[in-house]
Design a protein around this ligand. Structure first.
Ligand SMILES: [Zn+2]
Length: 322
């Protein structure tokens, strides 16, 4: 951000934190934090993440999820209360975000899908890496019932990614994996770099005082999964992370997380019965005393535009749990 805009932005955020936040808790959701800006993916990088964390550290009260939810339950939330969360368990969370959080002494919660720890990759990342790293100048996707796409420019690659992710996101887990695998074959891409954390990195986050939370084993859309499989996903993911960290898991984040679309009421019961004490969605909003502990809204921070960061926080305060 340039030097003229920075104070204006910070004042806005400062005002919000002082006046609008009383009694409400904002939980921010991150996924990846890239070491360097990647124009095809266009998500947050280390520089932007550092700026956001410095802003939070200066103008907000960054709390652990435990403390934030304790305050919500007690009805007394400090002004500017914010929690920081990461979904899925990306390696860059450990390598890039963790040192930045530690330098500013900020607590965070990491929701980890255990089935991908180590060398695993979620289907959407297989799609992204295939389109990003292919050396081909076009992809003929007839076998996937799609057209032939020219991908010589960044914009063409971004457009194709949008098409593929939107088209495949509601398919079953197996189908999504099959489609992504086929795409990687057509794109002739081999995956050499590890994308997700390994068990040791999760353990190190936990040992350093970061909270580790459940996010299932295979990251299925629970609403498209049988009840038996959904129960297994929730319980087994919890058990595996408890073995890795040696601590009891307290919090869960629903994969994809949209209320009534990605999970339904019965999944709240499964999560509660598994022994979690709260669960987070991806529905947008701030948390106050009216929010159900197994349907807590968050604020998604996945884009790179700095002003949207302030706007997202502002929107969070006016949009309650729904
Ligand atoms: Zn996720």
């Amino acid at each position: 951000m340039n030097n003229v805009l920075r104070p204006i932005f910070q004042q806005t955020v400062g005002l919000l934190s002082g006046h609008r936040a009383n009694g409400k808790l904002l939980v921010l959701t991150y996924h990846r934090v890239f070491e360097e800006y990647d124009e095809i993916v266009d998500e947050i990088d280390a520089v932007q993440f550092t700026q956001q964390m410095e802003t939070l550290s200066k103008y907000f009260n960054v709390l652990s999820l435990e403390e934030g939810l304790r305050q919500v339950r007690s009805g007394k939330v400090v002004p500017g209360a914010v929690c920081i969360t990461f979904d899925d368990g990306y390696k860059d969370n450990y390598e890039v975000a963790f040192p930045i959080l530690q330098a500013l002494n900020l607590p965070a919660t990491f929701f980890v899908a255990t089935g991908y720890l180590g060398d695993g990759m979620m289907w959407n990342d297989v799609v992204i890496e295939s389109v990003k790293n292919t050396e081909l100048t076009d992809l003929d996707l007839a076998e996937l019932s799609l057209d032939k796409y020219a991908i010589t420019t960044t914009q063409q690659k971004r457009t194709l990614l949008g098409v593929l992710i939107n088209r495949w996101r509601n398919q079953s887990l197996d189908k999504r994996n099959q489609l992504a695998q086929k795409l990687s074959e057509i794109a002739q891409v081999e995956f050499k770099r590890r994308v997700m954390m390994n068990q040791d990195e999760v353990k190190q986050l936990s040992d350093a005082g970061m909270e580790i939370g459940g996010h299932t084993v295979n990251h299925p859309i629970l609403a498209s999964t049988s009840i038996q499989d959904a129960r297994y996903e929730v319980e087994e993911g919890k058990a595996q992370l408890e073995r890795i960290t040696g601590k009891e898991l307290r919090y869960f984040a629903y994969p994809s997380g949209r209320v009534d679309k990605d999970y339904r009421q019965e999944h709240k019961e499964i999560v509660e019965q598994a022994g979690f004490s709260a669960a987070l969605t991806t529905n947008n909003g701030a948390i106050d005393q009216r929010a159900g502990m197994f349907e807590l809204p968050r604020i998604s921070i996945d884009y790179t535009n700095k002003f949207k960061f302030g706007a997202s926080l502002a929107r969070g305060y006016v949009q309650y749990a729904n």
